[in-house]
Design a protein around this ligand. Structure first.
Ligand code: E4P
Length: 219
């Protein structure tokens, strides 16, 4: 399973990248706004900085919701760097745009996915990645991870190439569950990635090893 970081924060991206396990980055308009980035020029400049930091795919989301606008924005976004993936919302014109991008060899990430039916449409359109939002589904008292399992089963059975990118991850446990459910990629905040490192028995065990080493050195 590939690891993407879900942020537009350059320090967080650097920290995850320095771990050596980072395969890419996802952003969205809310994450860009959180970093105080606004205006087309600044937004494009920020995407460039992210693309220069990581080798893997960087999802950059379109703002347009009509076919012509989505296609225009997507073509501008892919000019920023070779590793840009155009993030397109799961709407009618979004599906049409994904078909066109796919024919042009432009990689896409179909976002705001909340059902298996939407997942089938995106795969048929030729999306490179599909982003089911597991945390937001959990927030509304449904089972986000069950959706990943359902999509995994359908994609495996039907032989679809679209990669399942578990998004809206809220915890380290979500990452483990997404791996068990068959996600190809998980995108998560830095805290959730770093949380995977933690286990109290590791801390206790390491403290004991270091203490025993020190005692042996004194003898
Ligand atoms: C990433 O591609 C999604 O936009 C993101 O994971 C959404 O996360 P949220 O539900 O925490 O806003």
């Amino acid at each position: 399973m590939k690891f993407f970081i879900d942020t537009a924060n350059l320090d967080h991206i650097k920290e995850a990248n320095d771990l050596g396990i980072l395969d890419g980055v996802t952003t969205n308009p809310s994450l860009m706004a959180k970093e105080g980035i606004s205006g087309k020029e600044n937004i494009f400049r920020h995407y460039k900085k992210i693309c220069d930091l990581v080798d893997g795919d960087v999802s950059a989301e379109v703002i347009a919701t009509d076919l012509e606008g989505i296609l225009r924005e997507g073509k501008e976004l892919v000019e920023i760097a070779d590793n840009i993936v155009v993030k397109v919302p799961m709407i009618k014109d979004g599906i049409k745009a994904i078909c066109e991008f796919s024919n042009l060899g432009i990689k896409t990430n179909c976002t705001l996915v909340f059902s298996a039916g939407q997942a089938i449409l995106a795969a048929k359109a030729g999306a490179s990645y599909l982003s089911p939002f597991i945390g937001r589904i959990d927030d509304s008292n449904w089972d986000g991870m069950q959706l990943i399992k359902d999509i995994f089963e359908i994609y495996s059975m039907q032989g679809y190439d679209t990669e399942i990118l578990a998004a809206s991850v809220r915890s380290s446990l979500h990452i483990v569950e997404a791996a068990r459910a068959g996600a190809d990629v998980v995108t998560c905040p830095l805290d959730a990635i770093l949380g995977l490192l933690k286990h109290p028995l590791t801390d206790i065990g390491l403290a004991k090893f270091l203490e025993d080493h020190k005692k042996a050195a004194v003898k």
